[in-house]
Design a protein around this ligand. Structure first.
Ligand code: PLP
Length: 375
């Protein structure tokens, strides 16, 4: 049996260990320290647009803090993209609010602006209130319809939380994803384009929001000298040791994006002639980091046969995410669907997209698919 090919494993090849050693030798182990500050500063200069960042221990935590900063709570509704990973949605429940699921369009696979507008109108009619926030996702790293979505949100005055967990290195009109939301987030989970083994980043527009976010993520200690707590907070800060891993990873971001592009192009070229296969489309003005390559095959039957074939060949693949409105745990929440996310789920397979894939690995993967469609 050939060696296993993983879906999107961590790839640690830079100065990560040097930064960890430095944290150890200076005894800045936790919770804060110079690596953490430098990690945030590096992001602030990378993102531009006067953004402020707060490093946290997961992307999910960053969404949770964003919802708290926007005062989302009981009796509020939050619009969520149904085609996403559940980490996008769970924080809505953490704050006691209600998720409302909205389906995708076919041009980027992210939330459909028209359907979003319909959903907002319908919620207003049914509840007499506007949704309190919209959580937009850049699925598999692909930017959403930035102008259209923000035009809808602004027309109602609803803030947008941009879930760019997967989209570090992606741009829309040459501007980095993670800078479009009223608040935005990245994830540094082990499978993401850069990792801190586990971590996340909250991106906000003012120093005041940053200060409040730090308080919320450190048990809201209003007066650290005598432990006075005015609000309920969390223990969500990223440790200084892990921020060191992040610094090492961030230095390699351009190379990682280039490698992801190389994977994408290998798949695109190999499947060009196969009519049954489609890759995720890219909008004009969009640049996707191609974090994960999800292919759409001709039928659910081909999807399950191919997934079995990959497993038999020791290659890890995953189904496209099951839409949130189909999750047993969310079955009672309203949804506005058009069949697209269900179709993407029924026919979508995520192929290995790691930054350490060799040409030989890529050939092993593409040959399997090409042979399947040749017989
Ligand atoms: C990974 C991911 C998250 C959650 O990030 P964690 O760091 O794993 O908590 C949220 N949303 C999306 C779209 C993701 O891919």
């Amino acid at each position: 049996m050939k060696e296993r090919i993983w879906l999107s494993p961590p790839d640690i090849t830079g100065k990560e260990l040097d930064y960890i050693k430095d944290a150890f030798s200076s005894n800045w182990i936790a919770p804060i320290g110079p690596h953490l500050n430098k990690f945030e500063e590096t992001f602030e200069s990378l993102l531009g647009h006067n953004k402020y960042t707060v490093a946290l221990n997961s992307g999910t935590a960053a969404i949770h803090i964003a919802l708290r900063l926007l005062n989302v709570g009981n009796d509020d509704e939050v619009i969520c993209q149904t085609k996403t990973f559940i980490g996008s949605v769970n924080p809505v429940l953490y704050v006691g609010a209600k998720p409302i699921f909205v389906d995708s369009e076919l041009e980027s696979w992210n939330m459909c602006p028209e359907l979003l507008d319909n959903a907002i109108k319908d919620r207003l009619q049914k509840t007499g209130k506007l949704p309190k926030a919209i959580i937009m996702v850049c699925i598999y790293g692909m930017p959403y319809k930035v102008e259209d979505i923000h035009a809808v949100a602004e027309s109602y005055g609803i803030p947008v939380i941009e879930d760019s967990a997967e989209a570090l290195g992606s741009t829309y009109n040459n501007r980095q994803c993670g800078t479009f939301g009223d608040m935005s987030i990245f994830s540094f989970n082990g499978n993401k384009i850069i990792t801190t083994s586990g971590g996340g980043l909250l991106i906000v527009n003012s120093e005041a929001e940053k200060t409040e976010a730090i308080k919320l993520s450190t048990q809201y200690n209003s007066n650290p000298k005598d432990y006075t707590h005015d609000k309920i907070g969390y223990n969500y800060r990223l440790s200084n040791v892990l921020a060191g891993i992040g610094l090492g990873q961030l230095e390699q971001l351009d190379e990682k994006v280039a490698k992801k592009q190389n994977n994408y192009k290998a798949y695109r070229d190999a499947f060009e002639e196969i009519e049954a296969i489609h890759l995720q489309p890219e909008l004009k003005g969009s640049f996707s980091n191609r974090w994960l390559n999800c292919i759409l095959v001709d039928s659910a039957k081909s999807k399950s046969e191919l997934m079995q074939l990959f497993e038999d060949n020791n290659i890890e693949v995953k189904s496209a995410w099951k839409p949130m409105h189909l999750q047993p745990v969310f079955k009672d929440y309203p949804n506005y669907t058009n069949g697209i996310s269900e179709d993407l789920y029924n026919r979508g397979i995520c192929l290995p997209s790691g930054t350490s894939l060799s040409e030989e690995d890529l050939n092993r993967i593409t040959n399997l698919v090409t042979n399947y469609y040749q017989c």
